[in-house]
Design a protein around this ligand. Structure first.
Ligand code: ADP
Ligand code: MG
Ligand code: MG
Length: 211
């Protein structure tokens, strides 16, 4: 039978979809400043597919996350769809071994693997004005809080707040990668859409995990 972590992961994806749907127009507006304006619609479409893929079967957390990521990249499209597929696939790989339980430190290691995979596949580093500018500080803050003994829900919510601030701070950066690069100057003063949506997703996940 599926453990409670499978139901929790589904609830996290549902909460992420609600948050992204609510922000869809704003994310599209942000992406239109220097990109092609499809970030809100792509995220909503990808997450809807991820929720659907997570709804059926799946007796373990890893296979649920792998299926959700595959559906997201398949249906979401665009750079962000591909990278969210890579992200969830990395988390799934980190949680693949059976019988180890789901300690907070194991979750940190899996999320960190997802972050590393995004950097690897997208050839991006901190400062390039991408989702990584919110994700890397999130992982660092999550690890620090868990290492100091905080329970996962509290650690996650605190780290998600760090991600929100880091996403806002990307307004000061010029994009060095992706579709926004040619219009980099135009993007100055506005935050990276992928960093903003990642922070929204992390906060939505935190509300579920801390409940
Ligand atoms: P597209 O640019 O293909 O239209 P989206 O608009 O959905 O895709 O997503 C754009 C977001 O993808 C950017 O705001 C940025 O956060 C992220 N992104 C773009 N290129 C990269 C990359 N190489 N590495 C990490 N994230 C990236
Ligand atoms: Mg776009
Ligand atoms: Mg596009």
């Amino acid at each position: 039978a599926a453990g409670p972590e499978v139901d929790l992961a589904r609830a996290v994806l549902v909460a992420m979809l609600a948050a992204v749907s609510e922000a869809e127009a704003e994310l599209g507006r942000l992406d239109a400043i220097a990109g092609d304006g499809d970030h809100g619609s792509g995220m909503t479409r990808g997450l809807r597919a991820a929720v659907e893929a997570a709804t059926s079967g799946h007796s373990d957390l890893s296979s649920l996350l792998r299926a959700a990521g595959a559906a997201w990249s398949d249906k979401g499209g665009g750079t962000s769809g591909a990278l969210w597929g890579v992200l969830l696939g990395g988390v799934a790989d980190g949680l693949a071994a059976d019988g180890q339980g789901y300690s907070a430190s194991r979750i940190v290691a899996a999320v960190s693997l997802g972050c590393d995979r995004v950097a690897e596949v997208g050839h991006a580093s901190v400062g390039d004005k991408t989702m990584l500018d919110a994700f890397v500080p999130f992982v660092d803050a999550l690890r620090a809080a868990v290492d100091s003994g905080a329970p996962l829900g509290a650690a996650w919510s605190g780290a998600a707040q760090v991600a929100t601030e880091a996403a806002a701070a990307t307004a000061d950066l010029r994009p060095r990668l992706g579709r926004a690069r040619p219009l980099a100057e135009r993007s100055l003063g506005s935050p990276d859409p992928g960093a903003v949506s990642l922070a929204l997703c992390l906060n939505a996940a935190g509300s579920v995990l801390a409940a």
